[in-house]
Design a protein around this ligand. Sequence first.
Ligand SMILES: [Ca+2]
Ligand SMILES: [Ca+2]
Ligand SMILES: [Ca+2]
Ligand SMILES: [Ca+2]
Length: 417
Amino acid sequence: MSKKFILILILMFSITLFAASTIAAENGLGADLSYFEPTYSDTFATDPNTPYIAYMDPAPGETDVPIDTDIYIEILCDSGIDLSSILLTVNGEEVSPEISPIAGGVALFYDPPEDFDYLQEVTITVEACAEYEPQADMGVDLTIFDPAKADTMATEPQEGCMETQTYSFTTEPPPDASPKILLGGYGDTYVTSEEGGLFTINALIADPYGENDIASVRLFYQGLPTPILLYDDGEHGDFRAGDNIYGFQLEIPPGMPAGNYLFEIVAYDENGNESDAWPYLTIKDYDYGDLPKIPTLDELIFDYLNTQTEGEPPVILYAGFNDTEITTEEGGHFSVLAWVEDSDNMVTEVQIYFGVLPTGIFLYDDGEHGDFNAGDHIYGQTFDIQPGAPAGQYLLTILATDEAGNVSDPWPYFKIH
Ligand SMILES: [Ca+2]
Ligand SMILES: [Ca+2]
Ligand SMILES: [Ca+2]
Ligand SMILES: [Ca+2]
């Protein structure tokens, strides 16, 4: 909007300048200014016989234009526009816009039969002539008063026609071109401070353009990139090669302090798109740059929730926000999945926490919460989020409880016991 407004201001300003210089020059040549008076009723009118573009949508230089955009152009001319002279081209092809009269001119409306490509630069040209062309004996040659055009006069359009106007805009990037980390976690990794153990992290990653579009997958620690990459070659604890499950393994020596460690994963594709960072629930702004991290309480506090009574607690092998895509402006569909196993008894509850606060949002394995089949140990929950949710990266926690009252380690932390 503001771009359009600025553009209109610039157009008005340059048209006014042109009109003023024309009058001054005319005056200097001793011509009769009264000839123009009746047609200069408009404050920013220029030559009454030359059409000019007053408005364009998309605007010149506009980016992020929807691929299914229409093209709308208003051409004004006080003395009318010769409809047969209107020429509109889109990417070099002449097209036939709908032409309708508006106050002081015409509006061109063109609905392209096919969508543009993503990230396409679309070039538009417009030509139009006045319906009324001035006669030579009126002694008015509007082009001679523009010194900048002096050396191109041979190619100037005929009187009453505007110069071919060329402008371009760029369409939006593909909306779903970024890789998406559907699920991630540490599987049944069990590392203790006393003995160390094998650290394994895995992520299930999809890209709308296929796995070959994923260029790299990087491990972060508390928001900072590490040199560690995850691979899908079957040799990094990632199950089979090419199964979209990426992995990294490292033998951790004894002596690492016990606690809950927060790692993140970001996937990059060949076109420079990057995924939202796992394990956050990301709510994007309209033009998102760096998203704020929504603070949560110190993760160590989870230890008091991590109760163990009798037998083994449930283990959250992998979890994530699946294909969730939420923006502040439009809301979106929230989807969470967690693969939960328990070696010795039933899982009775899987709940999302914000910090240590239970949210009352439970995940179910009944086949009716986006969780695939009932009883397959994949728990899920889905619901719509209304517009207006503040943008940010939300760190949510999932805890699973079994029938004996054992509570799992908190996903998404890597716990050294
Ligand atoms: Ca991609
Ligand atoms: Ca794999
Ligand atoms: Ca158990
Ligand atoms: Ca299920």
